[in-house]
Write a protein that binds this ligand. Structure first.
Ligand SMILES: [Zn+2]
Length: 329
């Protein structure tokens, strides 16, 4: 899908409850082509990207950037490096968080202010926007008004936040960008009213903070889970932990602002024996799961091979057909 003169969106269907609808890999530039984000390390994403590039792109993929280290954005960096020999671009703080996800060669780190010149007037600016994660960046193609937001802003839902104070500062900063026309989020549809949406995100966070303060206003001690149940009575139960994390993020900010008395919890202690048992159990399960994955892959390959070849497993000699009356005597 074309977004602007220099930007295309490869939207891949996604069923993760955290970000329903689609996860998107963006393609930017003409002379030099750069991808932004790479999806989860699933064949689905690789097939979509490969198919799209083969069908519509003239130039090879030269650069593969990500908006942050989370695996649904960085999952295919190694694969892209292997297949396209593309150089990888990550934020300066990314590499320690990307252990095992980066190729051995061709990794470039960038920081606030860096401009990636893709030729033909397509200049992509790196904006450090920590908050969703410590290494979150947005990429801005100012000339065309296109901002790639990763998970800093999403197409249809609110996002999770690691540090609320820096997140709010990042949102305020994005509001000041000149020529902002469209937001290209990591998940969900494009956003064509960027300033309104950014302002909504800010208002939403302020509202949550007020709600939490109200929930605590009656006095007494509360866990984050108590507050979560009060704030989100109808939430999809698969998202409760995420909501609880969100409440904790707000509580940390309120604590840092000096507004909360905190009573430290007591972590559960596990004996060495219990830990060993749990590790052993996890290892066994992973072995079985890996084996199942391997069998599934073999089945898919076998099915593909079967499509390409005659059914010799079924026939010693296959039936033959000849038109009546053409037999040579
Ligand atoms: Zn993320």
């Amino acid at each position: 899908m074309r977004v602007s003169p220099s930007v295309r969106a490869v939207q891949v269907p996604d069923e993760n409850p955290m970000h329903p609808q689609v996860t998107t890999i963006y393609i930017v530039g003409h002379d030099q082509v750069m991808s932004i984000d790479s999806g989860e390390a699933l064949e689905r994403y690789q097939w979509m990207l490969r198919g799209y590039l083969a069908a519509t792109e003239q130039a090879e993929l030269a650069l593969a950037a990500i908006t942050h280290h989370h695996m649904d954005h960085s999952g295919n960096l190694k694969w892209i490096r292997d297949v396209y020999k593309a150089d990888v671009i990550v934020h300066r703080d990314g590499p320690p968080l990307l252990e095992g996800m980066l190729p051995e060669q061709g990794v470039n780190t960038v920081d606030e202010g860096k401009v990636i010149d893709l030729g033909g007037g397509a200049r992509v600016q790196v904006l450090a926007t920590p908050g969703h994660s410590i290494d979150s960046v947005c990429y801005y193609l100012e000339k065309e008004g296109v901002l790639f937001t990763g998970d800093t802003l999403l197409g249809s839902t609110t996002t999770t936040v690691w540090d609320l104070k820096s997140y709010m500062a990042s949102l305020e900063r994005l509001l000041t960008l000149p020529n902002l026309g469209v937001l290209c989020p990591g998940h969900g549809p494009l956003i064509h009213d960027p300033r309104e949406r950014i302002q909504q995100y800010i208002d939403h966070r302020n509202m949550r903070e007020r709600q939490i303060v109200e929930a605590l206003a009656a006095g007494g001690e509360h866990t984050s889970w108590d507050i979560m149940l009060k704030l989100y009575p109808d939430i999809d139960t698969r998202l409760r932990r995420a909501a609880n994390n969100n409440v904790e993020v707000h509580l940390r900010k309120l604590r840092d602002d000096g507004r909360l008395q905190v009573y430290d919890g007591t972590p559960k202690e596990k004996s060495a024996e219990e830990r060993m048992k749990a590790e052993e159990h996890a290892r066994e399960r992973n072995e079985v799961k890996d084996k199942a994955k391997q069998y599934e892959k073999e089945d898919r390959m076998a099915a593909l091979f079967a499509q390409e070849n005659p059914p010799t497993e079924q026939w010693e000699v296959m039936p033959k057909y000849e038109l009546v009356g053409t037999t040579k005597e």
